[in-house]
Design a protein around this ligand. Sequence first.
Ligand code: HEM
Length: 123
Amino acid sequence: MATVEASGSDGQGVETSVTYYRLEEVAKRNSPKELWLVIHGRVYDVTRFMNEHPGGEEVLMEQAGRDATESFEDVGHSSDAREMLKQYYIGDVHPNDLKSESGKQLRFSPLEFLWWLSGSKPN
Ligand code: HEM
């Protein structure tokens, strides 16, 4: 775990600090005693929320210690549900462990792109 302090340039005012967690650490919190999950690069401790989740505790258990972004989005959670996330936020995924979300949207691998280029050349 690493904590980064970032404070405002005026020396007073808002001070924010972010705690970074490695995915390895998140993965250990995969039991009903301690249940963390990742949604959009943020880490949530949903241990005390498990019994209250309207979608049931089983689905949270299935995602325990993992990146639950896709399943969270697949359900089409309401804005109320998104608002609730804040209560359980404990930190961010360590930058070295972040997969690029835009990377997933690449339509071609670099090799396919070369094939595509060579195929589309005149004559
Ligand atoms: C901290 C994370 C989560 C919060 C705060 C949350 C909150 C909620 C809330 C408030 C609802 C009621 C419907 C709504 O307002 O959208 C709901 C329903 C539901 N959630 Fe979650 N949820 C979380 C994570 C997940 C995850 C990871 C899954 C994985 C599949 C999931 C699956 C469901 C399902 C299946 C329903 C029932 C939908 C229905 O009956 O129409 N939730 N959740």
